[in-house]
Design a protein around this ligand. Structure first.
Ligand SMILES: N[C@@H](CCC(=O)N[C@@H](CS)C(=O)NCC(=O)O)C(=O)O
Length: 201
């Protein structure tokens, strides 16, 4: 297998996943916006995006969340997506919520702001401002959800939902647009996530 990687939130999701599962896959490090936009790389992913996972038979899986789902099935030890139907449902629910409401709010802000994405999307500054404004209220929502004292986003055990949260934290740190001070439940969770060896992935 080969893992096509670069410095980005979507690749970080896969790197944390691999580290949590203790899986070692040969990695090809690309520079975002340069190597990802070559004709050669478009043969791997026609969208010119990372991450991508090339399997031993030459098949390629793209989209970070699909890659994680594949890895979960292929390497079932240290399950991160649930052991029972109820756990699976709960973890899928929370990972979708964190991805849709938190990660994508940052993601859309970045796409409509950074020079890197100028031309990739038609950047609309007004839309970027709307996303920026929404960030604190998204964390406040998560804080009220986590005020029940659960240690992890989907409940009692670390899961893919926490990886979605960690991926969002990475972007928040990079942009210096972090978790509001008042969100003490989220801060307690985030501080615990920063101590996990996979945070360095
Ligand atoms: N849905 C995809 C999104 C991947 C994506 O948007 N990757 C961006 C970086 S965050 C990329 O590779 N961009 C390449 C470029 O702009 O040249 C996933 O989850 O993997």
């Amino acid at each position: 297998m080969k893992f096509y990687n670069a410095m980005s939130g979507n690749t970080k999701r896969v790197r944390i996943f691999l580290a949590e599962k203790d899986i070692d896959i040969p990695r090809i490090d690309l520079e975002l916006g340069r190597d990802t936009r070559t004709a050669e790389y478009r043969k791997i992913n026609s969208l010119g995006e990372v991450p991508a996972l090339e399997l031993d038979d030459g098949e390629v899986i793209t989209e970070s969340r699909a890659i994680c789902r594949y890895l979960e099935r292929q390497f079932p030890e240290h399950p991160l997506m649930g052991r029972t139907p109820a756990e699976e449902g709960k973890i899928a629910m929370w990972s979708d919520r964190i991805h849709g409401h938190l990660f994508m709010t940052y993601g859309l802000y970045v796409r409509h702001t950074l020079d890197l994405f100028d031309g990739v999307v038609d950047q609309v500054p007004e839309f970027a401002r709307t996303m920026l404004k929404a960030i604190p209220e998204k964390w406040t929502w998560l804080d009220s959800e986590m005020s029940d004292g659960r240690p992890f986003i989907a409940g009692k055990t670390f899961s893919f939902a926490d990886i979605e949260g960690m991926t969002t934290m990475m972007i928040a740190d990079a942009l210096d647009l972090g978790i509001p001070e008042a969100c003490r439940h989220v801060h307690a969770w985030a501080n615990a996530m920063r101590t996990r060896p996979s945070w360095q992935a």
